[in-house]
Design a binder for this molecule. Structure first.
Ligand code: AMP
Ligand code: ZN
Length: 493
């Protein structure tokens, strides 16, 4: 079965045919770096990391562009409220670029702990101001945007006369207008749905650039249109982001590109579903976000224990990216046990050696079907959950071989080698899961004991600089140290 991907635009799974054979261009909306990413954001970025890895596994040459939003994202999605960066910079008495630097580094550290690959291009909004101005000029020249006192608005109603504004989420303009309230402070807009391409800056605004319309800063939506166009061209294969971005941000991206180039940017629009807490979307603004470090250390009032980055990732991969996933202690504990069970079997499997004997054709067929199923499940819109279910069906087979209940020779050598290879490739290369080897973990335990001792001594001497350094640097390496209530110290890698 060839790769099929669900396209939000057509509301169905489609056979994936890249625009240029052998090459895939993918654009994913990256983080807004004015605060730490939460686990919901991580879910989206992990999903696209696995998609990127799988496309590479299939042999494609992939250009993976994921931007960093470091300017222009206002508090409200519809250009209302303050600039998120300026607000945070004022509150913390820092330069906006110090905020950006702090959270960009934090984001990359978390992505590394979760063993995701960096994108091939990671452009920033502030690095592409001239491209955003140029696109805005072209949209004005084409008649789809207008200026009001130094701010440029996209004329949604005019655009919708020729194209369909709500095409991505299948909504009519009348319905969208009806469901949109008038916002204060934006009286100069012609239409309620009009959104800003360029925003006039007040003199005290911390980040502003010169433009043909005076000092200002770009709107959030034009940033992604300008950067995807620059690195992937007017038309590219895949565009992704969380589902929450479809109705406004991505709808506006399509409108901007159509208005500028008379072309819709992406063949396929992919949207990850939300990580929820008690059924409510995890979000920065709702304040129900769990930070990755809170989860890794267990340092959160609602957490019963810490969970390693790999358990966190495994928990997410056990659900297909288009289904909602609810965050709970129970679910994470189950994932921790599941990952251990699977990884133990995987470690056993890699050490087994094959010897020829009589073949059990029923078992041979079963193993072959499950192993070949890895690719089939991924080809069915990247169903990581089904791949893992297949792997779990293989665990008792591997364990029975280990315990001598089944002879390794019951399956053919070709199937045995395939099983070993595909388990490795899917667990490590496609899913990006990892674990210290058994030999390594013995030595690691000794080193950890020593470090925990040194940290205890430092704390006793009130040398918190040293104790914090040990803990923070270990966390950065993916090793989480936890102070237990009974005074003991535990760790997980
Ligand atoms: P932001 O930094 O808020 O712009 O979000 C970065 C990415 O995370 C976007 O693609 C969002 O759609 C996605 N996202 C935000 N909240 C969640 C959530 N609860 N679950 C999954 N993805 C999310
Ligand atoms: Zn975007």
């Amino acid at each position: 079965m060839a790769l099929e991907i669900y396209n939000t635009l057509t509301r169905k799974k489609e056979l994936f045919t890249p625009l240029e054979p052998g090459y895939v261009g993918i654009y994913v909306c990256g983080p807004t770096v004015y605060s730490d990413v939460h686990l919901g954001n991580c879910r989206t970025f992990i999903s696209f990391d696995v998609i990127y890895r799988y496309l590479k596994y299939l042999g494609y040459k992939v250009r993976y562009v994921r931007n960093i939003t470091d300017a222009g994202h206002l508090e409200g999605d519809r250009d209302e409220g303050d600039d998120k960066f300026s607000k945070m910079a004022r509150r913390e008495k820092l330069e906006p670029m110090e905020i950006v630097q702090r959270y960009t580094l934090g984001f990359r550290e978390v992505m590394q702990l979760l063993n995701t690959l960096p994108p091939t291009i990671e452009p920033t909004a502030t690095g592409h101001i001239s491209e955003q101005i140029e696109m805005t000029q072209q949209i004005i020249a084409n008649g789809y945007a207008y200026e009001k006192e130094g701010t440029i608005y996209f004329d949604v109603e005019k655009y919708d006369k020729e194209k369909t504004y709500g095409i991505l989420t299948n909504r009519k303009l009348e319905d969208l207008l009806e469901g949109t309230r008038e916002l204060g402070g934006q009286e100069e807009k012609k239409g309620r749905l009009d959104f800003a391409l360029w925003i006039k800056a007040k003199p005290e605004h911390l980040m502003q650039w010169p433009s043909p319309w005076g000092m200002g800063f770009p709107g959030w939506h034009i940033e992604c249109s300008a950067m995807s166009n620059k690195y992937l061209g007017k038309r590219f294969d895949l565009h992704g982001g969380g589902m929450d971005l479809a109705a406004t941000h991505h709808t506006n991206e399509i409108a901007q590109n159509e208005a500028c180039f008379n072309e819709s940017p992406a063949q396929i629009w992919m949207h990850t579903n939300m990580l929820t807490v008690n059924g409510t979307r995890m979000s920065k603004s709702l304040g129900n976000g769990f930070l990755p470090h809170e989860l890794f250390t267990g340092n959160h009032p609602l957490l019963e224990q810490g969970y390693s980055p790999m358990t966190t990732k495994f928990f997410m991969l056990q659900t297909q990216y288009r289904s909602t996933l609810d965050f709970s202690n129970e679910a994470l504990q189950a994932s921790e046990k599941g990952l251990k069970r699977l990884w133990d079997a995987y470690t056993v499997l890699q050490k087994l050696t094959y010897t020829a004997d009589t073949i059990d054709s029923e078992l041979e067929e079963k193993v072959l079907k499950l192993v070949n199923g890895f690719e089939e499940c991924m080809n069915d819109d990247f169903n990581t959950a089904k791949v893992l279910a297949n792997m779990f069906e293989l665990v008792p087979v591997i364990n029975s071989i280990k315990d001598g209940l089944i002879k390794v020779s019951a399956i053919t050598e070709t199937t045995f080698t395939l099983l070993q290879e595909k388990m490795k490739v899917f667990l490590e290369d496609v899913f990006g899961l990892q674990q210290a080897t058994e030999e390594g973990s013995g030595k690691l335990a000794n080193v950890m004991e020593l470090l925990i001792d040194i940290r205890k001594e430092a704390k006793a001497k009130k040398d918190f600089a040293t104790s914090d350094k040990i803990r923070n640097q270990l966390t950065a390496m993916g090793i989480v140290v936890k102070d237990e209530k009974d005074g003991s110290v535990s760790w997980s890698a």
